[in-house]
Design a protein around this ligand. Structure first.
Ligand SMILES: C[S@@+](CC[C@H](N)C(=O)[O-])C[C@H]1O[C@@H](n2cnc3c(N)ncnc32)[C@H](O)[C@@H]1O
Length: 248
């Protein structure tokens, strides 16, 4: 309140339909999710609506783009500890591209993969950032020939079977000696993982969060070795890391 008048804060600008989706912040997506929480009993009976409405999709894009720079930098640094100075990096489920842009800034040749609907919506944004993008579904196949396959907040929208398919395709996408790095909220390790699992159950038919043991076995069963799960300093994330043997 100023001079006896109420004024909307910057965060409330996200609720103005005139605000461009990528500038809306997380609040509109949170409010959409709240409606999904209210509908949770109905959804637990299997009655999910089919996908997002147009406005919910735009708000979801805004929510994804709202990740803060310090978190992105901390996760990219953790990925570089797992595999220093990658030449070619595939960013799976890259969305608006905050991670892809940071890897690019640090010298990697980055390709971002995402679904067609997301790439169509973000076409101008990706072009402005100079990002190289490819349409694809990580459960079906991924482009090949990379030193690192990186995905952030990717597995939350997949079932455990979907994660296994994704990790199998990540293994095929990597050259010998390559490294998979996933930045996720691991159950039993991240304070937000259980709550986020419930969030995903409310907003989607497939999503959830997963335990260290589930990630380890999905990586090992696909041939990855030297698997490690470590906390990313000053964030609520863990990185889930697996390597392709040098002679694979
Ligand atoms: C929560 S967003 C995270 C975006 C970005 N990685 C970040 O952390 O800011 C998840 C992204 O993964 C993409 N995605 C989910 N499942 C996918 C799949 N099977 N294949 C490709 N992309 C997928 C979604 O379209 C979305 O852009």
């Amino acid at each position: 309140m100023s001079a006896g008048r109420y004024e909307a804060t910057e965060r409330l600008r996200g609720l103005d339909p005139e605000t461009p989706p990528l500038e809306r912040g997380i609040l509109p997506h949170r409010l959409d999710a709240f409606e999904d929480y209210v509908a949770l009993p109905e959804r637990m009976r299997g009655n999910y609506p089919s996908g997002f409405s147009e406005e919910e999709f735009r708000n979801y894009m805004g929510g994804m783009a709202a990740i803060d720079d310090a978190t992105v930098r901390a996760i990219v640094t953790a990925a570089e500890h797992a595999h220093p100075r990658p030449d070619r990096l595939l960013n799976v489920g890259g969305g608006p591209g905050a991670f892809a842009a940071e890897f690019d800034r640090r010298g990697a040749d980055v390709t971002l993969v995402d679904r067609e609907s997301v790439l169509d919506f973000l076409e101008d944004h990706h072009r402005e950032q100079g990002l190289n993008v490819v349409e694809g579904d990580a459960r079906e196949s991924l482009p090949t020939g990379y030193d690192v396959v990186f995905g952030a907040r990717m597995t939350v929208s997949l079932t455990l079977d979907g994660i296994r398919e994704y990790f199998g395709n990540a293994y095929e996408a990597l050259d010998p000696g390559g490294t998979f790095v996933g930045a996720e909220w691991v159950r039993g390790r991240s304070e937000v993982a259980e709550r986020f699992g419930l969030h995903m159950v409310a907003i989607s038919e497939a999503g959830n969060t997963y335990t260290e043991a589930e990630y380890r076995s999905a990586l090992a069963d696909n041939g990855f070795v030297d698997i490690e799960i470590t906390d990313v300093p000053d964030t609520r994330f863990q990185v889930v890391v697996g390597h392709v043997p040098d002679s694979a």
